[in-house]
Design a binder for this molecule. Structure first.
Ligand SMILES: C[S@@+](CC[C@H](N)C(=O)[O-])C[C@H]1O[C@@H](n2cnc3c(N)ncnc32)[C@H](O)[C@@H]1O
Length: 440
C-alpha cells in the first residue's frame, strides 16, 4: 500500500539528518513507497529542506527550547519541512501547519502535535523578528554551513559571491549528445521540434543546456543511448583524455559511469577497464553502458589495492575521477550542506593520495593520467597535485589540451597546478582537472 508523500519525505530526511546515507541513496530506497503522482512532492520536500538546511536549521533551533533527541529526528524533519513549506512553497501557511501536525500522528508521535502546532504558529506570528535576529549569522546570510563559508571566502575571495550564488541556485539541466549515434546539431533540432529549447555548451563539443529541466523519458531516443544527463564540466574529462580506438584505458573510480560511457562513445573500440568500490554503484555503470550499447570490463574493487584487480598489463591512459568533498556540486547534492564536515576533507585527501599513488603504478611510461574532482578545495586539487609531483619524480604536468588540440581551453581558472572550474549560475558545475604524463 502506498504511503503519504510527506511521511516518506520525513523518513528520508530522518535518515539523512542521522547521517545514515546520502539523500540520493535514501530517495532511491524509499521513493517507491509513494504513488508515482506524488513522488514529485516527496522529492521537492527532501531536496528543498537540504538546499535551505543552514537557514531552516537556524530558525528551527531558535524556535525550540531544546533540540529534538536523536530518536526524534523524524519530528525534526517534520518541523524543517513545515518551515520549508511556509517559506519556499505555495502551500498556504495554515495548511503547512496542519499537515505538519497530522504528520506527527502518522509518525505515531501524537505527543508532539501540540509542540509542532505551537512552534510553527509562533514562526508565522514572529517571522520577521526571528529572521532579523538571525540575519547576521553566516549560515543564514549565505545559506551554507559556517565552515564552508569560511573556506570559500579564504580560497575564492574575489569569486566568493559567484560561488555562493551558484551553489545555492537550482542547476541547469545539461545533456551530452552521443555523437557516435547522432550529431549535436541534429539532436538539438529534434529537441526543438518537440518544443524543448536548448543552447550549445561553450566548451564541450557534445553538450546542450536545456532551458527547462525535463524528465529523461522526454529526451529523444534516450533509451537507445542517444543522450545522457551530464554536466558540461564532467563532459570535459573524455575530451581532455581523447581516447583512441584500441588503447588500454583505466577508469579508476567509475560509478555511476557517466565518464565511462563518454569515453566509449568517443572510441567504442577502446579496451576500457572500469573499477568501482561499491557493488551497487557498479550495477549503475552496467545499466548505463547497456543503454549506450557499449562495453567495458567492470571490476568491483578498491582501485588503491592493485593486487586485488590489476592483471599487470599497463594502461595507456587513466582517468582518476577521485572520491571527493563534492563541494563543486552542492547544488546537485544539497545534503552535503548537512553531512559534510571539515574533517572529511583531510580524510578524502588521504584516500585520493592512496588511489593516485597506486594507479600511477599501472600506467605505461609515456602514458597519461587525468586527475579530476568535483571539489572546490585546493587541498584535494592543486595541493594534492603539488604533493604528488614533488613525491613522484617520473610525473610531469601537461597542458590540458596536450592530447586534444581542438579542446577549447578557457574554462575555469589556471591554478598552481591544473584548472579549477568554479560553478556558475546557468553554466558549469565546479570541477578540477590536472593532466599528468609518466616520463619514460
Ligand atoms: C566522483 S565519483 C565518480 C563519478 C564517475 N567517474 C562518473 O563520471 O560517473 C567517485 C566514485 O569513486 C568510488 N570510489 C570511492 N573509493 C574508491 C576506491 N577506493 N576504489 C574505487 N572506487 C572508489 C565511489 O564509490 C564513487 O562511485
Amino acid at each position: 500500500m502506498s504511503q503519504p508523500a510527506r511521511l516518506i519525505a520525513a523518513k528520508i530526511l530522518e535518515q539523512v539528518l542521522g547521517q545514515h546515507g546520502s539523500l540520493s541513496t535514501q530517495i532511491s530506497k524509499q521513493i517507491g513507497e509513494v504513488d508515482y503522482d506524488e513522488q514529485g512532492l516527496t522529492k521537492e520536500l527532501c531536496f528543498g529542506v537540504c538546499r535551505y538546511y543552514p537557514q531552516l536549521n537556524s530558525v528551527a533551533l531558535s524556535l525550540l527550547s531544546k533540540p529534538f533527541e536523536e530518536k526524534d529526528l523524524d519530528l525534526y524533519a517534520t518541523l524543517l519541512m513545515g518551515l520549508y513549506q511556509i517559506e519556499h512553497m505555495n502551500t498556504p501557511d495554515h495548511a503547512a501547519v496542519n499537515e505538519s501536525v497530522e504528520l506527527c500522528r502518522q509518525l505515531d508521535k501524537d505527543w508532539a502535535t501540540k509542540l509542532m502546532n505551537a512552534v510553527l504558529r509562533r514562526y508565522q506570528r514572529e517571522r520577521d523578528d526571528i529572521l532579523d535576529n538571525l540575519a547576521s549569522q553566516p549560515s543564514v546570510e549565505f545559506n551554507l554551513p559556517k565552515w564552508l563559508v569560511k573556506r570559500f571566502k579564504k580560497h575564492w575571495g574575489d569569486d566568493f559571491e559567484q560561488v555562493v550564488t551558484a551553489t545555492n541556485t537550482h542547476p541547469p539541466m545539461c545533456i551530452r549528445v552521443n555523437q557516435d549515434k547522432v550529431s549535436r546539431e541534429t539532436y538539438q533540432a529534434q529537441l526543438t521540434e518537440q518544443g524543448t529549447v536548448s543552447r550549445e555548451t561553450a566548451f564541450s563539443d557534445s553538450g546542450l543546456y536545456l532551458e527547462k529541466a525535463v524528465s529523461v523519458t522526454m529526451l529523444p531516443d534516450f533509451e537507445h543511448g542517444h543522450a545522457s544527463v551530464q554536466d558540461e564540466s564532467a563532459q570535459l574529462a573524455a575530451m581532455i583524455l581523447a581516447p583512441e580506438q584500441g588503447e588500454r584505458v583505466l577508469d579508476a573510480c567509475a560509478a555511476p559511469g557517466g565518464k565511462t560511457g563518454h569515453l566509449l562513445e568517443r572510441a567504442p573500440e577502446l579496451q576500457l577497464t572500469a573499477v568501482e568500490l561499491e557493488p551497487w554503484r557498479l550495477q549503475r555503470i552496467e545499466s548505463n553502458l547497456e543503454r549506450l550499447g557499449v562495453q567495458a570490463e567492470l571490476i568491483c574493487a578498491d582501485a588503491g589495492d592493485t593486487n586485488a584487480w590489476w592483471d599487470q598489463q599497463a594502461f595507456d591512459k587513466i582517468l582518476l575521477d577521485a572520491p571527493c568533498s563534492a563541494t563543486g556540486v552542492i547544488r546537485r547534492n544539497p545534503d552535503i550542506k548537512i553531512n559534510r564536515k571539515p574533517a572529511d576533507i583531510d580524510e578524502l585527501v588521504t584516500i585520493q593520495q592512496r588511489i593516485l599513488m597506486a594507479t600511477w603504478q599501472t600506467l605505461k611510461p609515456g602514458g597519461y593520467l587525468l586527475y579530476a574532482t568535483c571539489s572546490l578545495m585546493p587541498e584535494e586539487n592543486e595541493r594534492q597535485m603539488a604533493h604528488f609531483l614533488a613525491e613522484q619524480a617520473d610525473a610531469k604536468e601537461c597542458s590540458l589540451d596536450t592530447l586534444n588540440s581542438a579542446l577549447a581551453l578557457g574554462f575555469g581558472k589556471a591554478v598552481s597546478h591544473g584548472i579549477q572550474v568554479l560553478p556558475t549560475v546557468d553554466g558549469q558545475d565546479g570541477f578540477y582537472y590536472c593532466l599528468l604524463q609518466k616520463q619514460a
